[in-house]
Design a protein around this ligand. Sequence first.
Ligand SMILES: *Cc1c(COP(=O)(O)O)cnc(C)c1O
Length: 375
Amino acid sequence: MVPIQMVDLKRQYSKIKPQVDAAIQDVLESAAFINGAPVQQFSQELGQYLGSKHVIPCANGTDALQIAMMALGLEPGDEVITPSFTFIATAEVIALLRLKPVFVDIDPQTYCIDPAAIEKAITPKTKAIVPVHLYGHSAAIEPIMEIARRHNLYVIEDNAQAIGSHYTMKDGTTKKVGTFGHIGCTSFFPSKNLGCYGDGGALFTDDDALAAKIRMIANHGQSQRYYHDEVGVNSRLDTIQAVVLRIKLQLLDEYIAARRAVATAYDTGFATIPQIVTPFQATNQLHVFHQYTMQLNGADRNKLQAYLQEKQVPAMIYYPVPAHRQKMFESMVDPKLSLPVTDSLTGKVISLPIHTEMDEDQLTHIIDSVKSFLN
Ligand SMILES: *Cc1c(COP(=O)(O)O)cnc(C)c1O
């Protein structure tokens, strides 16, 4: 059996090697390493795929979130509501800009921010909501947008884990996740569903003025060459990454289908195991399974993880410490803050390998290993 990885980027690359190698070679020969034509081409193609008017590439997903908050004019002391059950980047940039992260609880089924909890956390200082489409499942984006409209708040979607997912609204309209908010942000970190071969990220918006501002901030606040209107950052997508992304964007829907097939095999394999809660999938959205994260009830997670490791099956805890309990936020978070769903799920979740190259033998081995531990 081929060794099992959480994500098998080597095998994925081996299938697209001729195209990728040729495209990278072209970049080397053109020497247009920064802002080469493929950067613009990729942005347009991703915009078409998402149905978003503007896609502005940048250096990574964390920068995308930071640039989004800068472009919306958020100011020190403004409150930003976000889940604590997420990768740290979401909350970190809030604090970095001297905004106040307001952590709220998640929905126990989707692992995404709970709209009712958002509503309760709104104060006169609240300026924005940053929902995270965690593990590839969309947050309840329609109710969230409705709350935002009612309270005149901005929404920045952290779509680093759910690119390609779509969500159907009450009126039957379906849109890609990441295009509902004022700004959507994503990451092209190699292990993401649309990953490049280094760092990369992007912002999406339909708002022309906001797009212009994002472009300016990502480029040293420059309005015309060497004229700098406001303090910005330097955040670009390399041309080499853009050519890789152009190739992989064509395959994204196939990649999503392959991930979903793995998830279906796990769901079926674990259907009768009482200690496992398999991932929930709301019927009005497409789960793109960035992670296959299940809950363990009445079983020792550490022991399962160690047992799987012995069987050469990697398994990960995403994430072992929620943001509101991280040391970096000690001075910003009320020590009495209790997020019961977040705290409870942090102790129960475990993620199994899921990627585009998983074969039958590997899947059978993983499912059998998990079952033999729990039986
Ligand atoms: C990966 C990720 C980010 C950050 O992306 P980078 O490209 O690594 O900076 C932000 N939010 C979430 C939810 C992520 O998974």
